[in-house]
Design a protein around this ligand. Structure first.
Ligand code: AMP
Ligand code: MG
Length: 519
């Protein structure tokens, strides 16, 4: 790990919390607090991502070294590391929540790799910080496995995301009340090292704005543009406008990817929205099995289902309106912020069209094709059809003579299948005609479809099986599943079982269809 060099620009450039003693507090007029990870009893490396290690120029032998588990379990610091927790606020479930901050994430520093790229390293679950409020600063193994696997799976799917370097077991237990039903119990603890160019969130700017700390707000914005958006040109309001438009554009691109692959974030609070448009904070997220735009895996959100799959595009927009509100003091008139929000709508609409074209195997997506997709989605919902298997199978259907053979595996219930079968066949005819109207070479059409429609996604039950095995001390399943998720668009002969639809036992099981925020 000699190769890691640090340039800790965030803490060097922005005001920090003058207090350094332990303890939860309100931190005003400061962007961060210095805090060391709390050492753990027996740090053990459970999994490592070779791609993320390569981003950091780590040697292949590094992860196996005892020092690696010590550093990424929070027991030792490398030269140049200066740990801190970031201060931010957020709107949670539509309501302003005030100061939140990194309650269990501790950034170790900003590593610069040999190509000059900046990668901030952050331990999640490394112990209490001034922002821990009433919680313990720790994370349980089950949620850490989920974050580790999903952030890497998303990357391999081509979805903008924070990355995961390592998963370290702490050798300590953490007490959690998984269903908030008074039955708290000890669970194994773990720490994920997350990696991203920046972990700044919408809530980073909302907090100083809410407190009238306009100088700090402007410093934060200037810093973000200089460090994370250095290619933007101009000055003053024009520069701020260009930056906000970029944030809007990136957020649209990210959410369009979520909709393409069937990912439900689960907690799209503004403190969980990255300023770089990265998927961040993997908590009670889930993957669509049978297509249902109203589904959310998050039991904490079961009532209003604010963060349901189908609402994600409009929730992201609402979150951007909160960010725009926080930035309003930087602008004389609201027009540039409104232009940014328009950029979100335009970018999302364009990405959505692109998704429809690629998922349906069309060269271009007309207005009528948008309806073709909507009609398919209605059928999928009515017939409880598996989203991933249907789209993947669609590439195998002969457009000249469509039948359901290639889609056989996508149905969960024979009764529901029977209900939609005639309409689905009619839809396939319509789709087939549309495909043939374009005269695209069939093999190139299939290849294009396969790159938009993954064969393998991190189905909720797959992650849960790995978690169950890990609970029995068998952690090899984590690396096995990661290996499959490294090539989600390839067929991977011999690994068909990882592409199967959700088995019946997982239909209503905790961890597979329902998750709480307790993690
Ligand atoms: P989340 O819903 O996971 O984004 O968390 C919202 C806020 O609660 C953030 O400020 C987190 O840092 C904090 N938080 C969540 N879990 C814990 C924990 N176990 N210990 C301390 N803070 C936590
Ligand atoms: Mg969060």
């Amino acid at each position: 790990m000699q190769s890691l060099t640090f340039d800790n620009r965030f803490i060097a450039s922005l005001p920090g919390d003058p207090a350094t003693a332990p303890g939860v507090r309100e931190v005003r007029a400061a962007a961060w607090s210095a805090v060391d990870p709390t050492p753990v009893a027996a740090p053990t490396l459970l999994a490592c991502s070779q791609e993320t290690a390569a981003l950091l120029d780590l040697d292949e032998a590094d992860p196996a070294s005892p020092e690696f588990a010590q550093v990424f379990g929070g027991n030792a610091l490398l030269v140049g590391m200066q740990p801190f927790a970031a201060n931010y606020g957020g709107h949670q479930f539509g309501h302003w929540a005030g100061q939140l901050g990194d309650g269990r994430a501790i950034s170790l520093g900003e590593a610069i790799n040999r190509s000059g790229q900046r990668w901030e390293l952050q331990l999640k679950g490394a112990g209490p910080t001034p922002y821990s409020r009433s919680a313990d600063g720790r994370a349980v193994l089950r949620s850490s496995i989920r974050e580790f696997l999903c952030s890497e799976a998303m990357h391999h799917l081509g979805v903008p995301t924070t990355r995961a370097l390592s998963l370290v077991g702490t050798g300590e237990s953490v007490v959690r009340d998984m269903f908030y039903d008074g039955r708290a119990k000890p669970e194994p603890g773990a720490i994920v090292c997350r990696v991203a160019p920046s972990f700044l969130r919408f809530g980073t700017y909302e907090l100083p704005a809410s407190r009238g700390e306009l100088g700090l707000l402007q410093q934060l914005v200037d810093f973000t543009i200089a460090r994370d958006f250095p290619w933007l040109e101009g000055a003053g309001e024009a520069l701020y406008a260009a930056w906000f438009a970029q944030v809007c554009e990136r957020t649209a691109v990210m959410v369009a990817h979520w909709m393409r692959v069937g990912f439900v974030h689960g907690v799209m609070n503004t403190d969980n929205m990255s300023i770089l448009g990265l998927t961040i904070d993997y908590g009670p997220y889930g993957w669509i099995d049978d297509y249902n735009p109203d589904w959310t895996p998050n039991t904490t959100d079961a009532q209003g289902r604010r963060y349901r799959f189908g609402w994600q595009p409009q929730i992201a927009y609402w979150n951007l309106t909160r960010l725009a509100g926080a930035l309003s003091s930087l602008f004389a008139v609201p027009a540039p912020l409104e232009d940014g929000l328009l950029r979100y709508r335009d970018t999302y609409a364009a990405c959505h069209r692109d998704n429809v074209a690629r998922k349906l195997g069309l060269a271009v997506c007309s207005d009528e094709d948008l309806l073709l997709m909507e009609d398919l989605q209605e059928l999928m919902q009515a017939g409880e059809v598996d989203m991933t298997l249907l789209f993947r199978g669609l590439a195998e259907v002969d457009p000249a003579k469509p039948d359901l053979a290639a889609l056989d595996d996508a149905f969960y219930l024979a009764g529901k299948r029977a209900l939609i079968e005639p309409a689905l066949l009619a839809w396939l005819q319509r789709h087939g005609q549309r495909v043939l109207s374009e005269a695209v070479e069939p093999s190139s059409r299939t290849a294009r479809m396969q790159l938009a429609n993954p064969r393998f996604v991190l189905r909720n039950y797959l992650a849960q099986q790995v978690i169950d095995r890990a609970g029995q001390g068998e952690t090899a399943g984590i690396a096995e599943l990661l290996e499959v998720m490294r090539r989600p668009y390839d067929e991977q002969p011999g690994r068909e079982s990882f592409a199967r639809r959700r088995p019946d036992w997982a239909r209503d099981r905790a961890g597979c269809s329902m998750l709480s925020c307790s993690s």
